[in-house]
Design a protein around this ligand. Structure first.
Ligand code: TEU
Length: 561
């Protein structure tokens, strides 16, 4: 009898814990590759992805309803930008409660349902971890602000004014104006690297570290497979509050330019991230960093070397190559490849104009969208796509100040127009509002929605979407593309970017014509190979022996035989 009870208890324990275990199973394959090294990630902005209740703003049930689409596209994990309760001053990057869902997006039950559906479709969930600051409406900040003797006072960064009630120093907010805001009730300033509604947490306080790390544990137990870490550079400030060096000129907001020497990339950052990694490792979880580095040495620090830090610090230097420039891309890839870590490539996100516009020349944008997709999806490393990139979605920038939603754009207009343009609703069909919602969406879709949408492109074998699907399928089925080394080819070629990926004696060649004139490169292939068998190509691209014919902006991916 007692034995049966034990068995029943054991079985129910397994049943309770299994969903969480299975959310993070298969973490390493037989050859030691971690799950995130073989995964394709996809960033989505929940306000704009899919609107299940037709109120003009996307929601979690909307995401759940598109899980099959994501799986069939070839996405293995989605990073959802913040969906926690928030006053939405910075559209979710001002978090008022880290352990709940904003009612506009749904409920925790909807979240659990989304995780379960993700599991069915093999799509993992990555949340955004806004680590540097909270909302000024978070209960920790309200308590901190209530009095100088509050137990939470030291959870944020408070300082006395300088004589004349001046801010403690010259630090400038990323979004314009002083980074200090005076609180008349308690007579001190608090520090905010971003908007005043986003007070910085004090990471020197162990209680902050404990509470914030517990947030990650809470979500891991709910089935989350990792976090994208927001603005990690800014966690610490110089304890002596030294003024930042002033540089010539002014920012787009009219503030003096300054070097963020004393409030960015302080050494404490790495210790916190290493500690956070230890928690992640207990859950087979991945940490992705918003790591704006200026060189490869800075990026290396975020990997942590022997001290394990972030598995996936994003390489934003790659996004800074804003033109089709093979030489510059070769330099960036060689650097990332030599970093000792596993590269993480992105070509767009919710803070920078869409790749369709950044690389597009206005005349061949669809060809360029295919070329850029073929490029970063065949590099050694893990790609993070941005929603809509697969259909060639373009920026839809506001034309008038009164239409701008992003506060950064309202303050900075017209020099800084904000980030609304890259955050518009996903284009699902040629119906009104791109089929996103029957209600007027929070941001308008561009006119190109008529042609650039999932439904229309699914019917056209030559669409950007169908090309993305092909390349993603190839990537998933090819051990060479997943794990192979990267070797640049024809490095003096100013027009064609080409490389080999090689794994266990097999090679795949990728040739990308980054120019608008036809090219005919020939390649010296390994082991005197003399034939190229096409795996994916844009119309008109072909090979004869070791010579490849590439029309303007053509793509040719082939097995070396
Ligand atoms: O961005 C941090 C960051 O570095 C930004 O300053 C970025 O350079 C800026 O958005 C460009 O206009 C993260 C988020 O990605 C961003 O959306 C948030 O607004 C910001 O943190 C504050 O949380």
């Amino acid at each position: 009898m007692r034995k049966n009870l034990y068995v029943a208890l054991l079985l129910s324990l397994v049943a309770i814990t299994c969903p969480f275990i299975s959310a993070q199973k298969n973490s390493v394959d037989a050859e030691g590759h971690e799950w995130w090294q073989h995964a394709v990630f996809y960033e989505l902005y929940p306000r704009s992805f899919a609107d299940s209740n037709n109120d003009g703003v996307g929601d979690l049930n909307g995401i759940t309803s598109k899980m099959k689409y994501l799986h069939e596209l070839g996405v293995d994990a989605i990073w959802i930008t913040p969906c926690y309760p928030s006053p939405q001053v910075d559209f979710g990057y001002d978090v008022a409660d880290y352990e709940n869902i904003d009612p506009m997006y749904g409920t925790l039950a909807d979240f659990d349902h989304m995780v379960a559906e993700g599991k069915k479709q093999n799509v993992r969930i990555i949340l955004d971890y806004v680590i540097n600051h909270t909302s000024d409406q978070h209960k920790w900040f309200l308590a901190s602000k209530s009095s100088k003797t509050s137990a939470y006072r030291n959870w944020y960064v408070w300082h006395d004014p300088k004589p004349g009630n001046q801010p403690p120093n010259n630090w400038i907010s990323e979004f314009g104006g002083s980074a200090w805001k005076f609180d008349p009730a308690t007579g001190q300033y608090y520090y905010h690297y971003f908007y005043a509604e986003q007070p910085d947490l004090n990471w020197n306080n162990p209680a902050v570290e404990k509470a914030m790390f517990d947030v990650t544990r809470w979500w891991y137990k709910r089935g989350v497979s990792g976090f994208r870490l927001d603005a990690v550079d800014t966690l610490f400030e110089d304890p002596d509050l030294r003024d930042n060096p002033v540089q010539p000129g002014t920012t787009k907001f009219g503030d003096p330019n300054t070097e963020h020497k004393y409030n960015q990339k302080l050494p404490g950052v790495h210790e916190v991230l290493q500690n956070l990694r230890r928690v992640a490792d207990e859950h087979n979880a991945v940490l992705i960093g918003e790591t704006w580095t200026k060189n490869i040495d800075e990026l290396k620090e975020y990997y942590g070397g022997k001290n394990k830090e972030l598995q996936m610090p994003m390489d934003f230097m790659f996004t800074r190559v804003d033109k089709l420039d093979p030489a510059e891309f070769r330099r960036q890839i060689a650097a990332a490849d030599s970093s000792g870590g596993w590269p993480t490539y992105v070509i767009s996100n919710h803070d920078i104009p869409r790749s369709y516009n950044r690389y597009g020349d206005g005349a061949h944008n669809d060809d360029i969208a295919k070329l850029m997709g073929a490029f970063y999806l065949t590099l050694r490393g893990t790609p993070i796509m941005y929603y809509g990139e697969e259909i060639g979605m373009e920026n839809n920038d506001p034309k008038r100040k009164e239409d701008v939603k992003d506060p950064e754009g309202r303050t900075g207009w017209p020099k800084e127009i904000g980030r609304d343009g890259e955050r518009t609703p996903m284009q699902w069909s040629d119906a009104a509002n791109g089929g996103f919602s029957t209600h007027q969406p929070w941001l308008p879709v561009p006119a190109s929605t008529k042609t650039h949408n999932v439904a229309t492109e699914s019917k056209d074998p030559n669409s950007v979407l169908e090309f993305y699907r092909k390349v993603l399928a190839l990537r998933h089925s090819s051990p060479v593309l997943l794990d192979g080394n990267y070797t640049p080819l024809n490095e003096d070629d100013a027009n064609v970017m080409s490389y080999l990926r090689t794994y266990k004696g097999k090679s795949v060649l990728v040739a990308l014509n980054m120019s608008t004139s036809p090219q005919k490169p020939t390649f010296k292939l390994p082991n005197s190979a003399s034939n190229l068998k096409s795996l994916a190509a844009t119309p008109g691209a072909s090979s004869t022996g070791t010579e490849v014919s590439l029309p303007a902006l053509g793509v040719f991916i082939a097995e070396v035989q």
